[in-house]
Design a protein around this ligand. Sequence first.
Ligand SMILES: [Mg+2]
Length: 390
Amino acid sequence: MRITEVTTIKLHYDMPVAMADAIHYMPARPTLLVQVHTDEGIIGLGEAATYGGFLESTEAIVLNELRQTILGQDPFKVEKLWQMMATRAHQRGRRGMLMMAMSGVDIALWDIIGQATRTPLYRLLGGYRDTLDAYASAGFYTRDKDMAALADEFAGYVERGFRYVKMKVGRNPDVMLNPLHDMQAADYAPATLEEDIERVKVVREAIGPKIRLALDANNAWTPSLALQFMRQVEHLNIHWFEEPVATDDIEGSAMLAQQLDTPVAGYETETGLPGFRELITRRAVDIVQPDVIWTGGITECRKVAALAQAYGLPVIPHVFSSAVSSIANMHFIAAIPNGGLLEFDQNVNPLRSELLETPIEITPEGKVHLPEGPGLGIKLNQETIKRYRV
Ligand SMILES: [Mg+2]
């Protein structure tokens, strides 16, 4: 089998109400899908992350650089192709956007292999489990979301069956050195540190004592501030504390992991195995969070997961884009022994909820089942593609 073409599908959904985490303002949800075509008629599908950037930037790497590297090659040699894509571009980006672009191609190659062998991807990768627990990824900052609305939001997730939830913290313009000051729409939906402490209390009250609650600060704080904040909320039984400090502050994160009983989780903003090696071997995280559309595809994420396993650490991937990203991450999570929990974005996004002919549903017990079709095991809803195509 040979690769004959690489194409992309760009999708864009404008949010009815913009949302924000600690430092990122999100008025829209963009999605970049990657398709790898073969001479046997099989088309592999993947997604490349574009977080915080432009679809066209990541797309340009896929179509100008990676396409040239893999045209005419055998898609079954996915490890070889991964190394060729990375090595030939090493002067221009060993991490970041190169890894985002490579992720989309890598997932599409694995999808081809799954389709050609008529095997669901998670089974091809080892098939450790066929059901995942899902956590509601939510509690974003939006204009007009007061404490009562936040409480209602989280009570709703518990009602629907979620046993794990995560909320945002850290959108604090009153804090020195917060990267928020340099970001877009920095004055949108701000919160003081004291209000953030109150928000966590309100959510804990809304969900009761038994639901597991994680916090996500999206790199907003200094280590000392993160420590100070956690000292005031850790009695509320926090399941994990995600990206407390800047991604490159490995010593700061390691200090927190050492000082806090609450596990430190991260860092979705790192990419590639060498980056995760530093986080893992220097004990900067207790929970490892790669993302197959961002970190370097399934090929790279499996290596990150293996390294995490060697250090006795669980892997709870970052998942926050279209349904293709959810499904690709689900196959990865289901295949590894040190996984099991899926991040399930609960913000309005038809590119997640309407992109597949069979949408991803959670059971009343808060679980999701892996699709049993070959490869990724999904079909795109062409109506949805038409509506949101750029
Ligand atoms: Mg996060």
